[in-house]
Design a protein. Sequence first.
Length: 271
Amino acid sequence: MTFSIVARSSDGSTWGVAVASKFLAVGSAVPAAVAGVGAIATQADANVAYKGLALAHLDDGATAPIALDRLLEEDPGRDHRQVGIVDVDGGAASHTGQACIPWAGGRTGDGYAVQGNCLAGPEVVEAMEAAWLGSDPEAPLQGRLLAALRAGDEAGGDKRGRQSAALLVVRDEAGYGGLDDIAADLRVDDHPAPIDELARLLDLHELYLVASTETERVPVDDALRAELAAFAEAAGHPDFTTWVGTENYEMRVAADLAWIDRRILAIVRAG
């Protein structure tokens, strides 16, 4: 009773899953991914053991279709399962068991697998696929996945309604401090508009946990340095660096204060 997209970025560096459902905390059950290995969504009567098993098969060199075949041949409940897998090379596979609640089905292509069950109709996965294929292949994967998920929701989504959504994206050294591969792991467990809320969380994630690009960086000259110091002092901090740490903006301000992100500077000047 869920719809999802599993995909790899066009440059082959990133893998991810976006999912929504009329189900509590769908992100705890459906998605799994490992950078340099692949990604999976397990849903319908979800067999959560598929996540570790599929990633192990992929890590051993299996393609997505082979990994899927291995999962299904070992599972007597296969007729109730729905699965989407994308491997390290962007190969994709999707399975919809014949006992899944209609409408149920999926679509695959180079680098993506879209699937859903208990849907308003086939137009849900069709809209998701069209949104994925119509998005900028050079754009960050998390935004492309979210756009596909939103398209499915707008096409009718889960016919029972809305409750939860999740986004999981992995890339080598993309995690906090570069110490793991989690580029984004966001979950909306119970909300009347979960995809809107997921979009809000993604925006905050980009602000707090994604480093500024060169075009977003404003050089800090002596005048701006003095302005920032005065702002921090007025806010009760000994220096601007302390304010940055207190507000969790370390990814948006240089450690030596050589530059500051435009968004952070706007926050300073608005305050």
